[in-house]
Design a protein around this ligand. Structure first.
Ligand code: PLP
Length: 392
């Protein structure tokens, strides 16, 4: 029995981090593993962003900042939210810069959930939502989405999951792992549902810039009636290829952000000072490289989806955004998707994440990241195709 606190009962390690560790172990043992398991852009952080942070370090900009973040960064975030998302916030009172979007999610759930409260979390959904809810003493209730309607959120599904303990709903668009971007009717259904049950909305929009031609990102907080109940979480990891910088933010109504800042103050004080300077450069500099990166992911998406669709026993929908494909592998004849992932790692040396890591709704699917370098991606898809063909 663990000597740690009771809250660790039921808390598991992040399945995606665990895959990362397993790949490192196998590599240390000499195996050549092609990793399509991770959620990291393969490209480097843009030079002008790195240069700004380096200059800040050089100049001795290495001390605490205010706990909400640097005023110039808060202003840049508010301007970005107004321009890109149609969300109006006061940078002085409605935004907190956090060390990562993950921490922004922790701060958000701490702020709106009491022990025993429930937050609806679409399933399949990103691995950490459930664990963060658990850490704050709340319960994540999976809203099991169905592959037969392409994992879309429906009002009927939400209605079956709401109880008198439900306080909030989490929305992630574009979605890790399915790649779905919220359609207008889904967003309106969620907004009406949240209003009817007086729920908070936590909107994780970290993949907003990785969205493909013909699709448009929708921000929940911009929908009528949503601004006052929505905490919008975003960050620099995916849009600007800055995963190691640990830089994110949360924006929302003044009263909630006023409480949230206390969580920030008593946990991390502030995000790293020089990283924040890099964040200013990211938001205020030219954005063409962000669009170019999304286009490159779009090309990899097409290659990935086409390759998967040609494999025996595999079906794959076109993701709207993110750098993940979420193929249905039920036709490949494995007991479950974890067995499939293990078999693929052993026989082909290709790491993917089993769909069940993203909750019960992910059964029968695996997540394949096409943020890997193109040569790695191509070889991994070839190996996967060959292994499946051998088996068929
Ligand atoms: N939200 C989603 C859906 C993610 O996939 C990730 C990272 O994988 C995060 C949040 C966390 O981002 P950050 O690196 O800013 O903590």
């Amino acid at each position: 029995k663990s000597r740690a606190a009771q809250r660790f009962a039921g808390l598991t390690r992040s399945a995606t981090v665990a895959i990362h560790d397993l790949v490192q172990d196998l590599r240390a043992g000499g195996a050549r593993i092609l990793d399509l398991g991770g959620g990291q852009p393969d490209v480097a952080t843009a030079g002008h962003i790195a240069a700004e942070a380096a200059a800040a370090l050089e100049a001795g900009f290495t001390h605490y900042t205010g706990s909400r973040g640097l005023p110039e960064l808060l202003t840049a975030i508010a301007a970005k939210l107004a321009k890109d998302n149609g969300i109006a916030v006061d940078p002085r009172t409605d935004v907190i810069v956090t060390p990562s979007a993950k921490h922004a999610l922790f701060v958000s759930m701490m702020t709106i959930l009491d022990p025993g409260d429930e937050i609806l979390v679409p399933s399949p959904g990103w691995v950490s939502y459930t664990s963060i809810a658990h850490l704050v003493g709340a319960r994540a209730v999976p809203v099991e989405l169905s592959p037969t309607n392409g994992f879309r959120i429906t009002r009927r599904l939400l209605d079956t999951c709401v109880t008198d303990r439900t306080r909030a709903i989490l929305v992630n668009t574009p979605t890790n792992p399915t790649g779905n971007a919220l359609r207008r009717e889904e967003a309106e259904d969620i907004a009406a549902f949240a209003a009817e049950h007086d729920l908070f909305v936590v909107a994780d929009e970290i993949y907003e810039k990785i969205i493909f031609a013909g699709r448009k990102h929708l921000s929940l907080a911009a929908l009528p009636g949503c601004a006052d109940r929505t905490l919008t979480v975003n960050g620099f990891s995916k849009s600007y290829a800055m995963t190691g910088w640990r830089l994110g933010y949360v924006a929302g109504p003044t009263d909630l952000i006023g409480e949230a800042v206390k969580v920030q103050e008593h946990t991390v004080s502030c995000a790293a000072s020089f990283a924040q300077r890099g964040g200013i450069a990211a938001l205020t500099g030219g954005q063409q490289f962000v669009l170019d990166m999304a286009q490159e992911y779009g090309r990899r998406r097409s290659r990935t989806v086409a390759a998967l669709a040609a494999m025996p026993g595999v079906e794959c929908a076109d993701p709207d955004g993110t750098f993940y494909a979420f193929p249905d592998v039920r036709g490949a004849g494995f007991a479950d998707s974890a067995e499939f992932a293990k078999w693929l790692l052993r026989t082909a040396g290709v790491a993917v994440v089993a769909g069940t890591a993203f909750g019960p709704g992910g059964a029968g699917h695996v997540r394949i990241s096409f943020a890997a370098a193109p040569a790695v991606l191509d070889e991994a898809l070839d190996r996967m195709a060959a292994a499946l063909a051998d088996r068929a």
